[in-house]
Design a protein around this ligand. Structure first.
Ligand SMILES: [Zn+2]
Length: 264
């Protein structure tokens, strides 16, 4: 018992923490960026080989244009903070998957982005898409996947190092990873916490503003999502409740984001 206690204590000491950009929140970190990025790379390749990629060249170009502009803003932000190393190993990639029934988008660690065509009727235009991509990219750069993975490793595998977990329990560990970064296919998606959601909203508004998109567009976008959720619950909404609290929080964050907004 005592030995176990000691072990848990030293694990926490050894584990270390990381700090979320902009909000400054401290988070548990049991996994390295390079481990997360390399898992993401494999997972992304696998997703793209099984998915049907969109052949709508205008929409594909729009996804890449908006994504790249937000990625540039993120890089600029970290450069200004003297924290460019936070993005080491990032190789941005933006793909549009032809799947009109799936209302979803995600960004994995390392900058691997997928947008499902089913979300485009709700984003409506480039600025609407910037709301979604700003939010998803923020989950990645705030290392929310690594945080969820760390929490899960601590809870389910007794804080085993990721490399050990991968060699001893490859299937469980891969499933944990998919759930942690929000691309799980088990139908048992681990939700981002409310705090991570509001953090991604906060960072996303600032990054979209820096990229030249009016962050005020987030309000009508989430109102459309709220209206949609009355009929059914698309993937994006099961992880992203579009309720009055969220919209009020975004309203409150807008003045800060507007300071970064320079229309193109
Ligand atoms: Zn989210």
């Amino acid at each position: 018992m005592f030995k176990k206690f000691l072990l848990a204590g030293s694990l926490l000491l050894a584990a270390g923490c990381t700090t979320v950009p902009i909000t400054g929140r401290r988070q548990l970190s049991l996994v390295s960026d390079s481990e997360m990025n390399s898992l993401a790379m494999t997972q992304y390749k696998q997703t793209l080989t099984t998915a049907k990629l969109s052949t709508n060249s205008a929409d594909v170009a729009m996804v890449r244009r908006v994504g790249q502009r937000i990625a540039n803003a993120v890089e600029q932000y970290f450069r200004q903070q003297g924290q460019s190393s936070q993005l080491d190993g990032y190789q941005w990639e933006f793909n549009l998957i032809d799947d009109p029934k799936t209302v979803n988008a995600w960004c994995m660690p390392g900058g691997k982005v997928a947008v499902y065509s089913g979300i485009l009727p709700l984003t409506r235009d480039e600025t609407g898409l910037a709301v979604v991509l700003g939010h998803e990219i923020s989950h990645a750069v705030a290392k929310h996947g690594a945080e969820r993975m760390s929490d899960q490793l601590a809870a389910q595998l007794g804080g085993t190092a990721l490399s050990t977990a991968l060699s001893q329990n490859p299937t469980t560990t891969t499933n944990l990873f998919q759930e942690a970064v929000g691309v799980g296919t088990q139908g048992l998606l681990l939700k981002f916490s409310r705090r991570q959601e509001s953090e991604a909203d906060h960072l996303g508004l600032i990054f979209m503003a820096m990229a030249g998109y009016n962050p005020e567009a987030a309000i009508p976008f989430w109102e459309r999502m709220a209206a949609q959720s009355q009929n059914n619950t698309p993937e994006f909404l099961s992880d992203h409740p579009a309720d009055a609290t969220r919209i009020a929080d975004i309203q409150r964050l807008l003045p800060e984001a507007m300071k970064y907004y320079k229309p193109r």
